[in-house]
Design a binder for this molecule. Structure first.
Ligand SMILES: Cc1cc2nc3c(=O)[nH]c(=O)nc-3n(C[C@H](O)[C@H](O)[C@H](O)COP(=O)(O)O)c2cc1C
Length: 316
């Protein structure tokens, strides 16, 4: 029976897990890999500056500042353009390629990208196959899916398409597109297919604690997991689920905020810190009551120094 977490990846989270957050979280956790926010592929080669904007790690050989490997995620529906952009991402330094088949955004689904592809496993096969054939054989190709669009009835067919096209890894967010982000996550559906296919599986969805992680790996019958919102709500969650440390304390967290305040995004007009900290506190308050109080204290503030004073006050 599986009872210990093996690999832990940091989930792609558009507009949240950007390079600063990836650097911050990998500086305090042993993540095995980070997936970037998605690069949208339509009908052309994406310019280099866009790849660099989404993943500045590419300029550091595809690593975060503390040397955690980073993989570019592509979102698109045209096999040929997905393949050409995959080759480019790898040439720029990405550690393998991740393909997004789970994005629920209406605009993306309307143009036949993201979760809508879960309705047509044959198209998924063509995309995965085309990318796999184009990239060097030693590069890891991963796919990220949900259980299905409306229900999980096509899950077997989707996983079969992905494995037949020789992807190396598969992350399953254990909810359908229709489920959105509503709890629970149905990890047992992953368990139902996990022994059937020869692919490295990662289970994802609703892992907020060590006990969730243990339950998830047991039900999903895989020791590998991907952490999403839980990684924001408990910033050292990857180390917690690996049994390396306890959940970090509020005073430790306030030091992390101070470190976060020092990080600057190129071209940022300094509102980044106030808006991103407020966004982060919305996740943190799920685990720390002090985060709610801090959010209320700073919600109208924009100035970094004023916010830092409130952070210090929250320790008293
Ligand atoms: C704000 C936000 C942005 C997301 N952006 C992406 C994305 O760009 N690509 C992707 O494959 N999944 C994306 N996801 C889905 C997550 O990677 C993950 O599958 C989902 O949050 C379930 O895991 P969780 O319950 O641990 O949060 C996003 C989720 C959130 C909350």
């Amino acid at each position: 029976m599986i009872n210990q977490v093996n690999k832990v990846t940091l989930a792609p989270m558009e507009g949240v897990a950007d390079v600063l957050m990836r650097n911050l979280l990998t500086s305090i956790n042993c993540y095995d890999l980070c997936i970037t926010e998605f690069v949208r592929v339509v009908d052309r080669l994406v310019p280099t500056h866009i790849f660099h904007k989404i993943s500045p790690e590419l300029k550091l050989g595809g690593f975060t500042l503390n040397k955690t490997p980073t993989r570019v995620q592509l979102l698109g529906q045209e096999p040929q353009w997905m393949a050409e952009n995959a080759v480019k991402a790898i040439e720029l330094g990405s550690h393998g390629i991740d393909l997004n088949f789970g994005c629920p955004a209406k605009a993306v689904n309307k143009s036949k990208g993201g979760a809508v592809l879960l309705k047509t496993p044959e198209t998924i096969y063509q995309i995965v196959n085309s990318v796999k054939q184009a990239i060097p054989s030693e590069q890891v190709l991963s796919a990220k899916i949900r259980l299905g669009f409306d229900d999980a009835s096509l899950l077997d067919e989707i996983v079969s398409a992905i494995t037949s096209a020789n992807a190396n890894q598969l992350t399953i967010h254990a909810r359908t597109k229709r489920d959105g982000y509503k709890p629970p996550a149905y990890w047992h559906h992953i368990g139902e297919i996990s022994n059937k296919y020869d692919i490295e599986l990662f289970a994802n969805g609703e892992i907020w604690s060590l006990s969730d992680a243990k339950k998830c790996i047991k039900e999903a019958k895989t020791a590998n997991i991907m952490l999403g919102r839980g990684a924001l709500a408990t910033p050292n969650l990857a180390n917690v689920v690996k049994g390396k440390e306890e959940k970090m304390s509020w005073p430790e967290l306030s030091l992390l905020f101070q470190h976060y305040a020092k990080l600057e995004l190129q071209g940022d007009k300094s509102f980044y810190f106030s808006s991103r900290l407020k966004q982060w506190l919305r996740y943190l308050k799920l685990q720390y009551p002090q985060a709610d109080a801090l959010f209320n204290a700073i919600k109208l503030m924009k100035n970094k120094d004023d916010i830092l004073i409130e952070i210090k006050k929250s320790l008293q």
